[in-house]
Design a protein around this ligand. Structure first.
Ligand code: UD1
Ligand code: CA
Length: 459
């Protein structure tokens, strides 16, 4: 049987109090809509239709090229939203998953179970439900004395008796596709919110004597619908715990997973050790055996094997095997550190490539530079890359030794094996094998200090 999917993502999400459409708010690094879309992929739909409306262009960008879009220009309710998919899906044989874009925790596994249940029971409609400790705000599943589902009633329309029901509607359903669009022609807006409810088709099927069922999630957490920022933070917490658990199962050690923040697309190899308060964001990869200490923050970067990153920030850069970074180093975008490089205390690297075994241990700024292998930067070296208007490049060969507190004013080139004397200001290229001294000569005035008040002779 052919599967189809409809994702509802047209709403504004008033309760978020946000300029951003609700479904674009992120959970563990990607939007709620992308989470839903990835779970939906597990049932391999032949067509996926995403219903967009509020700030449609913005929402479409996120899934561009991956789904068909239909527009719901006025948000008249979830039932009305599904009707918008009619031109794409009406009359097709198969079954259709309908899912809300604000339920980011529902897994692909659960959607597969739901569809199997639906097919095995030969239902016309199957609702994904969950048992909620606090069902407030959700639609309730109303069953008759034979425990059969007879309808869904919304919070705002529920009687006091119905409000006691703990089984809730997750907003996810499987429908016989053709019957779905027929039933939608019969829903109306006679309810507390004056909206077309998708949930009303359940009652319509029942009245027609058609078979309706419910598949209940084992884990309530999955069903969480994010309507406000409190629920958004709850979803974030649940998602992070899931992510960290998966890494632990794969052989990654955490000192305190409760304070470790790892985005969903981060890849970590086994035997990595992660201390507390570490954040790994975006498309980051961490190689086997690396150690990330307390306070490390890495964004969109590829880190090699056996590295040690100590309380440092790395952004949009690549770090090869055996590199040590920090404490308190900042590797800024477009940098690459080759094997066994060391960047230490209070070192900043930006838009630079640094060759194997090169070391900058202390208080150094390396910007827009191409640095060779086995270079040693003394403490306090600055590449001066900016004249207030333009950026200039520094090129440093292999085996160069830069003495402490040197200022290297770009554009400039230091040849292989050259040496810069400590305290130099370098404005001209240094040939290979040369020593460059760019500082005032020292003068000693013998006995002169005796004339000054600080001297013991004058006390
Ligand atoms: C809905 C269900 C409720 C269920 C809950 C689960 C209905 C009537 N109620 O309520 O039974 O317990 O989800 O989380 O369906 N949307 C549109 N167009 C619209 C209205 C909504 O695309 O005109 C989209 C929203 O962007 C959102 C989703 O549909 O992604 C759900 O809408 P929302 O208003 O959050 O529904 P709930 O009140 O949570
Ligand atoms: Ca909702």
């Amino acid at each position: 049987m052919t599967n189809y999917a409809v994702i509802l993502a047209a709403g504004k999400g008033t309760r978020m109090k946000s300029d951003l459409p609700k479904v674009l708010h992120k959970v563990a690094g990607i939007s709620m809509l992308e989470h839903v879309f990835r779970s939906v992929a597990a049932i391999a739909p032949e067509k996926t239709v995403t219903v967009v409306g509020h700030k449609a262009e913005l929402v479409e960008q996120v899934l561009a090229g991956q789904t068909e879009f239909v527009r719901q220009t006025e948000q008249l309710g979830t039932g009305h939203a599904v009707m918008m998919a009619e031109p794409v899906l009406e009359g097709l044989a198969g079954q259709t998953l309908v899912i809300a874009g604000d339920t980011p925790l529902i897994t692909g596994e659960s959607l597969k179970n739901l569809i199997d249940f639906h097919v095995n029971h030969k239902n016309v409609a199957t609702i994904l439900t969950a048992e909620a400790e606090n069902p407030f705000g959700y639609g309730r599943i109303v069953r008759n004395q034979q425990e059969e589902v007879i309808k869904i009633v919304e919070q705002k329309d529920a009687s006091d008796f119905e409000k006691q029901i703990k089984e809730i509607n997750t907003g996810t359903y499987i429908f016989d596709n053709a019957r779905l669009f027929e039933a939608l022609k019969n829903i109306n807006t006679n309810n507390a919110q004056g909206e077309y409810y998708i949930t009303d088709v359940i009652g319509i099927f029942r009245e027609n004597g058609e078979k309706v069922g419910a598949y209940t999630l084992k884990d309530f957490d999955e069903s969480l619908g994010v309507n406000d920022r409190v629920a958004l933070a709850t979803a974030e917490g649940i998602m992070r715990r899931r992510i960290n658990q998966a890494h632990m199962v794969n052989g990654v050690s955490f000192v305190n997973p409760e304070t470790t923040y790892i985005d969903v697309d981060v890849h970590i190899e086994p035997e990595v050790q992660i201390e507390a308060n570490v954040t790994l964001k975006g498309q980051t990869k961490i190689g086997a055996g690396s150690v990330l200490t307390n306070g490390t923050y890495i964004v969109d970067s590829v880190i090699g094997e056996q590295t040690v990153i100590t309380n440092s920030m790395i952004e949009e850069s690549t770090v090869a095997d055996g590199v040590t970074v920090g404490p308190y180093a900042h590797v800024r975008p477009d940098s690459s550190l080759a094997k066994n490089v060391h960047v230490g205390n209070f070192v900043e690297v930006k838009g630079s490539s640094i060759g194997e075994n090169t070391k900058a241990g202390h208080l150094t700024y390396i910007g827009n530079s191409e640095v060779g292998a086995n270079v040693n930067f003394g403490a306090g070296t600055i590449t001066v890359n900016y004249d207030g208007q333009h950026k200039f490049k520094t090129v440093i060969g292999n085996n160069v030794f830069v003495g402490s507190n040197s200022t290297i004013i770009a554009p400039v080139e230091l040849g292989d094996n050259s040496l810069v004397g400590a305290g130099s200001t370098i404005t001209k290229d240094v040939p290979a094998d040369a020593i460059a001294l760019g500082r005032g000569r020292q003068i000693n005035k013998e006995e002169y200090a005796k004339r000054l008040p600080h001297h013991p002779d004058n006390k």
